[in-house]
Ligand binder design. Structure first.
Ligand SMILES: [Zn+2]
Length: 247
């Protein structure tokens, strides 16, 4: 896949379940020969995983003070279904939830999770990380990352996990009525940097918005997710190179 000219396809790829995607491109995983060190060699389309200079995740350290304007969240809709695609557990949202940053509007598509966290903040890893994936009308992506630290049970996670499909490839309609806003921390200060998808094809040009304040999740909730995935599903930290991380 060429990077240029097909941003909409990227958004679709992110939304696709594994079986729909697996027909076109080689399988990848988080360890062994199909693991992150080899993603770039598995297919020409995954080349940026090896050669990209703006890859995610990163360690967010040495941030630059930029007095970032608040993100305007206009989340109005609920998650409609939960999918286990073998790489993560993902909930898709009904259309109509937006955020605005830098005067630019993105629509929320889905949230999915990684354990342990992919990004680090000042060297610190977290028990889990949620990625709220948004796309603008041209298919450009913005991801809001929420860190989970072990503590009290998380009610939003509970709603998702109670219907989390145990087997890869399964999808269920979500009955619990999870609002998008319930996934965000109360304080929404954030870090911003330019990065990529953290899974093949590792496409760049993704705006990353990482919440400074973590939310809590119960130990058993984190373990439930890890057990369902059967393995850690975090890509290792990538070089920051010349990129500034703004705060
Ligand atoms: Zn992710």
């Amino acid at each position: 896949m060429k990077r240029s000219g097909k941003p909409l396809f990227l958004a679709m790829a992110l939304l696709a379940t594994a079986p729909a995607f697996a027909g076109d491109l080689p399988h990848w995983s988080y360890s062994g020969e199909e693991g992150p060190e080899n993603w770039g060699k598995l297919a020409q389309e995954y080349g940026l995983c090896n050669t990209g200079k703006n890859q995610s995740p990163i360690d967010l350290s040495g941030q630059i003070e930029a007095k970032l304007a608040p993100i305007q969240f206009a989340y109005a809709t609920q998650a409609t279904e939960v999918i286990n695609n073998g790489h993560t557990v993902q909930a898709n949202f009904a259309p109509g939830s937006y955020l605005k940053v830098n005067g630019h509007e993105f629509e929320l598509k889905q949230v999915h999770f990684h354990a342990p966290s992919e990004n680090r903040i000042d060297g610190n890893s977290y028990a889990m990380e949620g990625h709220l994936v948004h796309a603008d009308k041209d298919g450009n992506l913005a991801v809001v990352a929420v860190m989970y630290q072990e503590g009290r049970n998380n009610r939003a996670i509970e709603k998702l996990w109670q219907q989390m499909p145990a087997n890869a490839g399964d999808k269920v309609a979500l009955e619990a009525g999870l609002k998008a806003g319930d996934l965000l921390p109360a304080k929404r200060d954030y870090y911003r940097f330019n990065g990529s998808l953290t899974t093949p094809p590792c496409s760049e040009g993704v705006m990353w918005l990482v919440m400074k304040h973590p939310v809590s999740a119960g130990k058993a909730q984190v373990e439930h997710f890890a057990h369902t995935m059967h393995h850690p599903n975090n890509r290792p930290i990538q070089p920051t190179n010349a990129r500034p991380v703004l705060r």
